[in-house]
Every structure is written in C-alpha cells, then in structure tokens.
Design a protein around this ligand. Structure first.
Ligand code: NI
Length: 261
C-alpha cells in the first residue's frame, strides 16, 4: 500500500472537504500519511489530525521561513510534544535561501536547535532545503558528529529532493532517504529524474507535499495523496520496475525511516 511521507492536510486548502479527502484515500490504495508541521500552528494541527485518523501520523517542527518570531516557549512546546504517540519525526526544518527570509543566520540557528532536539530524542528529521545545498550539507555533517558524540542515531529524509546526483550520494552515505514527489513528473525536471535513476530504490520514499506540487497531468491543481499513482508510474518507468514493486519498496523504506512497525 502507498505511504505518503510528507503531506499538509492541515492546510486551509482542505478546510472545505478535509474529512472527505482523507476518508477517500483508502480507495486510492493509500494506507499511511505523515502530516508534517511547518509552523507552530500547523504542528499543533498536525498533532490533532494524527489523533483523529488512525492512518495519519505527524511530525512537529518549524520551516525556516516560519522561524522569524519563534520563542523559547515555542521550543519548549516542541520538546514536550515530540514524544507523543503518533509523532514520528521532527520537521519540516532546514534552510530556504530561495525566499531568503528571515536572515540566514537566524534560519541556521533554529535549524541546528531543532536538529539537536531530534538527535537528543532520537527522532528522524524531515529536511527542507531550497537553494541552500552547501550550507545544509555542512550543518547536517556537523549534526552527524554531534549525534556520534552522544552515541545517538541520526536519520531522516531530504524532502522534495532538488539537488544533484553527487549531493544525493552524500545524503545516502549518511543514511538518509530522499523524498520524491510530483516534480519528478514535470517535463523540465531533468535533475530529479537523474537522481531517481542513479540512487538505489532502498533510499527513495514517496511524498506529495500536498496541497502543493501536484504531478502531471494534474499540475497546478490542489494536490492530495491519491495523485501519488502518477509519481509511482514515473519512478517505475525510470527504474524499469513495476508500479507494485515501487509501492512495496517505498512503503518498507517509509516505515523504516519513521520507525513504524
Ligand atoms: Ni512540506
């Protein structure tokens, strides 16, 4: 069954029909969803959703572009809720130099702080990195050392992977997974197709990032996990495998990544 490792069903785009969309996912062969927090508010909503639906898990964390007004009491909330039953990761956290706000030092500070929280609590991380390849890798390597010094594990997923094959190999070497979604179906997306071709299937997980990034032929419309079939078909094409094989392997990968039995 299909595992969507990265969705935002708490988004207001689903306010009118959230329950209908989520309930229909089973008919689309979608068995599990991780609803990812991107701000304090959405982390709280993600946690609520995971309590309402048995097949929905969640991650709590703050996206780099949402770190401007973060306070110590927000950080404390994250520390206090990361242990809850259905919280499977810290995220999404990282660096965004495309929007490039707040200033980079501020983004880095909160990225590192949340990485350390995940390491201390041995939770996987969901990394958002846009136009920030070098700084992200450097911080991730430092975090790996930090984890080693504490004798703790450090794993996670680079969500919506958008960098080169060389960069993909660096993360795979560190034991990280690569999140592949709608972008792989776009005609001009040469780099991610190359990454999917070169990186072993054991390191790839499926994601929607819905309501964003709907795959072809639905590009530009509101995305949801039922669209993953188009992503699966494209990966199957690139890998010369069947869609069934893609679904099975990515489900195993996702469960290993998030520690779900
Ligand atoms: Ni996202």
């Amino acid at each position: 069954m299909i595992f969507d490792t990265h969705a935002h069903y708490d988004d207001e785009a689903f306010d009118e029909d959230r329950d209908v969309v989520l309930t229909l996912l089973k008919d689309a062969n979608v068995a599990s969803v991780v609803n990812v927090g991107a701000s304090m508010e959405s982390s709280k909503r993600a946690l609520e959703l995971s309590k309402q639906y048995d097949f929905v898990y969640c991650a709590v964390g703050v996206h780099p572009s949402e770190t401007t007004d973060l306070t110590e009491s927000d950080y404390e909330w994250l520390c206090n809720h990361v242990h809850e039953n259905k919280v499977v990761a810290v995220g999404e956290i990282g660096l965004d130099y495309y929007w490039d706000t707040p200033e980079r030092e501020h983004q880095k500070e909160w990225f590192i702080k949340q990485l350390h929280l995940a390491i201390q609590e041995e939770k996987p991380v969901i990394i958002h990195s846009r136009d920030a390849a070098a700084d992200t890798l450097e911080i991730m390597k430092e975090a790996k050392e930090y984890a080693k010094s504490l004798n703790k594990s450090f794993t996670g997923v680079i969500h919506c992977f958008s960098y080169s094959v060389e960069m993909a190999r660096e993360y795979v070497k560190m034991g990280f997974y690569l999140g592949v979604g709608g972008v792989v179906t776009f005609k001009n997306a040469k780099m991610i197709k190359e990454v999917v071709k070169e990186i072993p299937m054991e390191f790839i997980v499926l994601e929607t990032d819905c309501p964003y990034l709907a795959p072809e032929p639905n590009r530009g419309t509101r995305n949801d996990s039922s669209n993953l079939k188009y992503v699966i078909n494209m990966i199957a094409d690139i890998k010369n495998l069947t869609p069934k094989e893609i679904i099975e392997q990515t489900e195993i990968n996702a469960k290993t990544l998030y520690g779900i039995a």
